[in-house]
Design a protein around this ligand. Structure first.
Ligand code: AMP
Length: 450
């Protein structure tokens, strides 16, 4: 099968084959890295020899160390006051995660690294920069804010990394990135990493990279090999909650991220789980303060908290080992996000499970996701011991409306079945109410059928 093709992997190399220095070899060993991952084996020598890189790799492949290690080798030791390497990332969580990687891998060097992102005070970040920095990791908005306060000099920049470029374009950061490209030295090494290659990223790569070496560890948008993926057809939100609760009763679900589409869903589901479970639950979404998000992630990382409810904005930045299960309570409407969500489990040589819930309106997105990842997700039977709750009228209508929109997207001439149904319903209202009345009977017979 083309997906997850083993042919994309290089023969197993050792870290000692990669021309890294002793300090870095000690740090990789201490981090528990036994062998380079395929992207590390390919990218490290290319970056060390000075090439621009177009790296197509999802998170969980070891891509951070693939650019951090050669940067550390190239910069070698602390020098001057101003950053010589800049790593741009779309989210604060990812910035923190990369900076943590740098801290770990630069442990035996004297290289100084600073991380800046929005949502927390300027002052401390500026003070850190003023102390002198070799490697700066930043989100684009905050970087430019700091730059325009004239406390940051980017003239010594030698290496620029754009990480998760696809997310960066999705989140509308391109104007800031382009602005930045105007003010930094043109003679520099550029490294661009992206999990997927939509047209906007292809354009960016043309603008940004000079004769790049393209490094692709798995075909575009394929999902981590170590993740077992399945989907359950679930008629409505209430039943999704019933199913979620059933899974969470199982102790094997030891570290679970529940992904939802909206902030409101995150809050509602988080609150519901907090009431019903004896375990602690944390919620992260864009409206939560930065410190709350960091604390929630740390609690989840250390295992104090078993369940994390998250929206997609926070999905990229989470680097937590041994996430046993990712549950997609809703399927993402931005289909690439599916790849990022499930990348939270089965990271670097570990196995994990990704379970998706799909209602009628989401079947369209399931189809699109399967096209994107070029594989079929296993459909699982709805368990007998989970109650199927009747779909409330409002929710049913919302789904029909969504299905209409999807059909219109695929066929602009489509007039809209939702409106047909509505008019039929008014002319034959008795029949339309029937299923509601016989709810318990139909429920049990439906369950038998499943
Ligand atoms: P990334 O793809 O950069 O998000 O990395 C995913 C996870 O893999 C991180 O937790 C890394 O610490 C870990 N990792 C990176 N390189 C290796 C390696 N060579 N061996 C084992 N784990 C690794």
């Amino acid at each position: 099968m083309p997906e997850n093709s083993k042919s994309s992997q290089t023969p197993q190399k050792e870290f000692t084959d990669l021309k890294l220095n002793k300090q870095l070899l000690m740090a990789t060993q201490e981090a528990g890295y036994e062998k380079p991952t395929p992207i590390q084996a390919k990218a490290i020598p290319s970056i060390l020899s000075g090439h621009d890189i177009l790296g197509i790799a999802q998170t969980g492949t070891g891509k951070t160390a693939a650019f951090v290690l050669p940067i550390l080798k190239k910069l070698t030791y602390a020098q001057g006051e101003n950053p010589r390497a800049l790593i741009l990332t779309p989210t604060r969580e990812l910035a923190i995660q990369i900076d943590n990687h740098i801290a770990q891998l630069a442990k035996y060097t004297d290289l100084r690294h600073v991380c800046v992102f929005g949502g927390t005070g300027f002052k401390k970040q500026i003070e850190e920069i003023e102390k002198g920095v070799d490697i700066l990791t930043a989100t684009p908005g905050r970087l430019m804010d700091i730059y325009f306060r004239e406390v940051l000099i980017l003239k010594q920049l030698k290496i620029l990394v754009l990480d998760e470029a696809d997310k960066m374009t999705d989140m509308g950061f391109m104007p800031q990135v382009r602005r930045l490209l105007e003010i930094i030295p043109t003679k520099r090494q550029n490294l661009l990493f992206s999990a997927t290659m939509p047209n906007k990223v292809v354009e960016l790569a043309h603008e940004f990279l000079e004769f790049p070496q393209r490094i692709e560890v798995t075909p575009q948008a394929t999902t981590a090999e170590t993740v077992e993926q399945s989907v359950y057809f679930v008629p409505n939100t209430r039943t999704k909650i019933n199913l979620l609760m059933k899974f969470l009763e199982n102790e094997n679900f030891s570290r679970v991220i529940v992904f939802v589409r909206t902030k409101r869903n995150a809050t509602n589901i988080g609150k519901y789980l907090t009431r019903k479970l004896t375990d602690e639950v944390r919620i992260i979404h864009a409206n939560k303060g930065q410190n709350m998000r960091i604390n929630a992630m740390n609690d989840f990382k250390t295992g104090t908290v078993r369940v994390l409810v998250a929206t997609d904005v926070s999905s990229r930045g989470i680097d937590i080992q041994e996430v046993s299960h990712v549950i997609n309570f809703d399927l993402p409407r931005l289909h690439e996000d599916y790849v990022h969500r499930i990348g939270r489990t089965g990271r670097a040589f570990r196995t994990g499970e990704a379970i998706s819930f799909c209602n009628d309106a989401e079947k369209y997105h399931l189809r699109k996701i399967q096209e994107l990842i070029r594989m079929t997700i296993t459909i699982k039977d709805f368990p007998d011991n989970v109650e199927i709750t009747e779909t409330p009228k409002e929710e049913r209508q919302e789904m029909l409306r969504e299905i209409d929109t999807q059909k219109k997207k695929d066929n602009p001439k489509f007039k809209g079945a939702f409106h047909d149904k509505k008019s039929k319903k008014t002319s034959n209202s008795k029949n339309s109410r029937k299923p509601k009345k016989s709810s318990s009977k139909s429920r049990s017979s439906r369950r038998r059928r499943r």
